[in-house]
Design a protein around this ligand. Sequence first.
Ligand code: GLN
Ligand code: ZN
Length: 759
Amino acid sequence: MILAHNLGFPRIGSHRELKWALESYWKGRWNQEKLTQTAKELRALHWQRQHEAGLDLIPVGDFSWYDHVLDMSTLLGVVPPRFGEPQDEVDVDTYFAMARGQGSGGEGGAACEMTKWFNTNYHYIVPEFQPQQDFRLASNALFNQVAEAQALGFSVKPVLLGPLSFLWLGKVKGEAFDKLSLLESLLPVYGQLLHRLQTQGVEWVQIDEPILVLDLPADWKAAFEKAYSGLANRGLKCLLTTYFGALGDNTHLACHLPVEGLHIDLASGPEQLTKVLDELPPYKVLSAGVVDGRNIWRNDLEASLGLLEPLRERLGERLWVAPSCSLLHSPMDLALEPALDEELKSWLAFAVQKIEEVVTLKQALVEGRNSVAGALEVSAAAQSGRRQSDRIYRPEVRSRMAKVNPEMARRRHDYSIRAQVQREQLKLPPYPTTTIGSFPQTSSIRKIRRDFKAGRISEQEYRLQMEAEIARAIEAQENYGLDVLVHGEAERNDMVEYFGEQLEGFAFTHNGWVQSYGSRCVKPPIIYGDVTRRQPMTVAWIRYAQSLTSRRVKGMLTGPVTLLQWSFVRDDQPYSDTCLQLALALRDEVQDLEQAGIKIIQVDEPAFREGLPLRRTEWEHYLDWAVRCFRVASTGVGDGTQIHTHMCYSEFNDIIHAIAALDADVITIETSRSGGELLEAFAAFEYPNEVGPGVYDIHSPALPNVNQIVGLIKKAAEYVPAERLWINPDCGLKTRDWPEVEAALCTLVAAAQELRTDE
Ligand code: GLN
Ligand code: ZN
């Protein structure tokens, strides 16, 4: 039988019930029983919805308190020794301690690291492997959930992260060793796991091996054969799932592993289909991931059927239909967006709608197109409506894009000449001090914004109150003795939403939350049409800030790549085109700031690295257009205008050539946690422009002292000449409070003064 199934469902709840439950529990307001009960209800509800929509197999094990990789670690008994004596069954509090730290934090109770899940904005908790790591079944959560779903009468398909992806995503602690060597002892535990599921009457189990879409070293490829031969013939069937890209050079390997089915992502890797069909042995199920699980666009059912119908002819009942990946990365339900206009809504599908699309496609395959004629008609009308809508194409944007020439992506003169002009005009001291942009977002600031949004205060009142906040930030910075000031970003709720709201082509949801990590969710804007700027977006605030001081105020913008990365992006043109439109809008803003007398302008790109494709061969193409867009946004100014950029990480080795190609006069980066060595990449590349290595870790309540900062900067001067160094925190200060900020920034200024007198 052709089956409709799902790889995973959003777990946070349609009104973020899980978030509120977790946070109540962490604050001690809820007991464990209440938390457990909420989770149980959410699971039942989510299974029920998927079942009612008509799915044949419902995923179980995709639910998680915090993160599914952490679930796997506890299931397999991978709990670092700092969390106490091994427990037969890892309890909930140990689980949360691994995710969030315990006690006063510090060495003994430090949380496990968190990092990005492939190229998504979801973050997982990194498994920690010790030398002689031993594995054992140490959680019943999965088995209990399987029983729970069965008792409710659902046909379940448990979801597991596969052994190789699990090892790949983990990190070796202490003495270095090859983590692949752990496979030997890990496999028997996976064997027990499968056995347990088999005794529970499970027919199919989904084993996720997303690393099969990456460039894998030869020993890892070889390990796949070994692992899956070891797990074969356990009395249940395995669907090996891959997603986020194409199998590429791993196609042969993935197709021939001894499992009963293979899932491929045909949304992000449609090109892999032909080769997979060539390779797939005649006994295997192919699960076709045709409904994109990572965006919010409605599926073109006609196009999907065009792809699936020939597959049905070829594979018959061995064809399954599914979303491309887990729906974890998509918001929950479009029905919860009453404020979105009907036209835009007709172009969208969230998780609940995506499930319906999968079921419709399956029904068309099984019972013929006529059986879903109505749905096909609606889908076709939405597609053509979207193509023809006058909200999408803006002729003035198109003609501007066509006119972008190499001059527009280049400063008039090289950095060496600009630096001289800037030195004369800006008259900054050696080791200039600055911050990254935001100052504490106090509850009173949030209240002013809320009151304005809700219409409780007038625009004029809002402006006055915001100006008062700006004045406070400027005065404070003058008192601390900083050299380059910022206005503090009080008016910004979020660095993407603030700009999106002022640009054409963006839309916002009320409830389109997507889990980022643990209880934290983000609500990315939707870029649906050509982007233009209606009017200056930041100039009035910055100009006001500059009017209050004789020091330089730095203008503050979010860069085109970051606006793109942190949004749901239209799928009807290449990302590079959408990014260029964003860049052109920002270029106007940069020029308007310059016109308004602002001599220093920062274009933040914290998400620049995130955009890197999973496969190395695709990096240069991405870096090419991303760099070009940044330059289109930032280079339309005179030599004397100083362009800054900011990135909050410190991994530059493999992209330093692109960072240099941005040609920002100054880049501020995160380094305080990792020490000065991180500037090695800058030294090795002979990075030519100025660098501000972060000397204050804004993520930590600990404050730096003068000696530490002086030490960090002296270390940095071994890599980047001292005359090109700035002194600044790692990132914006919005999450800290004023007393900490004052202490940290005064220390930072004192350190700069000490360095200057040392000269
Ligand atoms: N200018 C922003 C701020 O200071 C930068 C935020 C970021 O890098 N994520 O908050
Ligand atoms: Zn940052």
